[in-house]
Design a protein around this ligand. Structure first.
Ligand code: AOF
Ligand code: ZN
Length: 393
């Protein structure tokens, strides 16, 4: 971590330039995973000389684009960056060195980078080169832009959003499991955006066997994709699809396998070796993880904590759960859901239809209260974003 305290002496102009850098960072929200969204603004004599955003892992960082645009004006200028400039040779060379080489006089940072490869080294490099460094400007906003990245880098678990779709009477599928479609096109387009903001989409074998869903991003369902996505002509980044399937029952003919993008299957020692081998040959990344200790049916047999550990190990920090009632209930009860996205449609599915979340409760004291973060209308459907207070840090 940084070895010096956050500053408090920021001017109105500092706030405005950092707000601009945060807006730039958001350009990477659909494309940058597994890297964080980062933005940079270079200001010389009160005038913006260069702006940059990190858009894709493996491509230049925000500072590099901003320095390129600033050219000679970078000499003696101030750089506003939403994350501590990196000090390591990763997929790209260190930004701290690039800022030094360009003759930047001052660097203002929103928040330190907890990535152990950076963690204070970026600040140290800059200061050793005689650059004035201040940090802590709009840090809460920068933190909220990459909650999963920051928590994983600090040794925590990925950020997890669970999505459910409900009828007006709170049901999410018929007894047969049939659930297509409850919500209409605007809500389904919104789901596409949440998928695109995730590094992986998790589902359970029950859902895939019932719906044969591909769970990938289809820009044709997403009318504003070309506006919101940088370089749409380069195609969308497909989040990894993750299947919790203890017995590796996924058919080789499943759309999940045929669709664009990679698939990871987490199974347990219960899975027959020949199924594991056949799926691996079909290109599915196979992982054997621990079995849930009790209540096996609740999580397809795969232990949720073990699944999250495997996904963290694989580099994921922002996950979306799109599963049936059993798996959604198991994740909620495990306290690992950070946000619950509920789409509700103006329709009644009747009293024999299924609940969205399997979580047997007997008494009012057991209820799981949620905090409403946002509620809006999407066509005739509503979307409510809930914060799960139960989620354990
Ligand atoms: C910055 N500016 O714009 C970003 C940073 O694999 P690499 O080389 O892309 O490095 C990724 C790491 O660099 C990432 O985990 C994070 O610590 C940092 N990201 N740093 O100075 C940027 N995107
Ligand atoms: Zn960098």
């Amino acid at each position: 971590m940084s070895d010096f305290a956050a500053s408090t002496d920021f001017s109105t102009a500092d706030f405005a330039f950092m707000a601009d850098a945060l807006r730039l960072a958001a350009q990477g929200q659909y494309s940058v995973h597994p890297n964080p969204q980062v933005g940079c603004v270079i200001v010389r004599d009160g005038v913006v000389a260069g702006r940059g955003a990190h858009l894709r892992a493996g491509e230049p960082h925000a500072e590099v684009y901003a320095l390129r645009e600033a050219g000679e004006s970078a000499r003696g200028a101030t750089a506003y960056v939403t994350l501590e400039p990196c000090a390591h040779h990763g997929r790209t060379p260190p930004c701290a060195e690039a800022l030094i080489a360009a003759g930047i006089a001052e660097v203002v940072v929103a928040m330190p980078d907890a990535n152990p490869q950076v963690a204070g080294r970026g600040f140290a490099l800059l200061r050793a080169a005689g650059i004035r460094v201040r940090h802590g400007l709009l840090s809460a906003q920068a933190q909220a832009q990459n909650p999963g990245f920051h928590r994983v880098m600090a040794g925590g678990r990925p950020w997890l959003r669970a999505k459910i779709a409900l009828s007006a009477d709170g049901r999410s599928a018929m007894t047969s499991g049939e659930s297509q479609w409850i919500t209409a096109a605007p809500a389904r387009a919104d789901v596409q955006r949440w998928r695109a903001r995730s590094s992986a989409i998790i589902t359970g074998s029950g859902t895939v066997l019932a719906d044969d869903s591909s769970l990938n991003i289809r820009p044709e369902l997403w009318p504003d994709a070309s506006v919101l996505m940088p370089h749409p002509e380069r195609g969308v980044r497909q989040p990894e699809r993750v299947l919790l399937d203890s017995r590796a029952r996924l058919p080789l003919t499943a759309k999940l396998i045929a669709a664009n993008g990679s698939v990871r299957l987490l199974h347990t020692a219960q899975a027959p070796a020949e199924r594991v081998q056949a799926l691996a040959q079909a290109g599915v990344m196979m992982h054997c993880v621990a079995e849930a200790a009790s209540d096996r049916s609740a999580s397809s047999g795969v232990a949720i904590q073990a699944a999250l550990a495997a996904l963290t190990e694989a580099g994921h920090h922002t996950l979306m759960l799109e599963a049936g009632a059993t798996l959604t209930g198991a994740f909620l009860r495990a306290g690992v859901v950070d946000e619950l996205i509920v789409y509700q449609a103006p329709t009644l599915l009747g009293s024999s239809a299924r609940a969205a979340v399997t979580w047997p409760m007997q008494r009012m004291i057991e209820q799981c209260r949620l905090i409403v973060k946002d509620r809006r209308q999407l066509g005739d459907d509503t979307r409510t974003m809930y914060q799960c207070v139960l989620s354990s840090e």
